[in-house]
Design a protein around this ligand. Sequence first.
Ligand code: C5P
Length: 228
Amino acid sequence: SARRDLAGRRVVVTAGGTREPLDPVRFLGNRSSGKQGVALAEAARARGAEVTLIAANLEVADPVGCGIRPVSTAAELQAAVIEEALGADVVVMAAAVADYRPATVSESKIKKQPGEDGLTLELVRNPDILAELGHAPHDGTLLVGFAAETEPDDERLVALGAAKLEAKGADLLVVNRVGWTEGFARDENRVVILGAGGAVLDRSAGSKMSVADAILDVVARHLGGEPD
Ligand code: C5P
């Protein structure tokens, strides 16, 4: 893209999926590949932004020309985002962050228990990083959330997104439909971009790069003032 509409802007993107350790060799994870977040980082860079990518277990190569902060757990991602969000013009929370983590992390590999048919794991809630950022004062930082939903009905999908935007205090929310064969790890994506009050600002379907540019078109329109 020849647009340089993000020149002078600091953009932070989280991408990938967090992993919550159970023991030294196991984790609870998710199927997020990081492709959409990496495409957003690359597209923002191409439009002139200074980009930091907070990268959680990416299955794709790091984008060139971006600062990379590798993280693995939700707690690590949270610490990195809080640091990087200071002075950022835009924070895009594209990473799939685990809602829960194991209550305890075993020091040694968890063994099969002889005679036991099952194993019960106790989980505790992780902080909602986006909601914490959204409910803290964030003047001058546009906060963009994502919502991956399995809801097949478009109207209900948009309603879920609108409720999430409100609950998390995000400025923009990108909703995409995911399932066994959609969304995660794919090269294409289909999204609805919501703004204040849950208004549908745009829809985009296609390569994750073209979806990234559609999201950044909305972001660029929403950035106030002049870059410093
Ligand atoms: O509630 P849900 O997980 O669907 O929300 C998704 C959005 O919230 C994404 O932008 C994701 O990065 C963010 N999130 C977060 N912290 C969590 C869970 C999700 O920041 N613990």
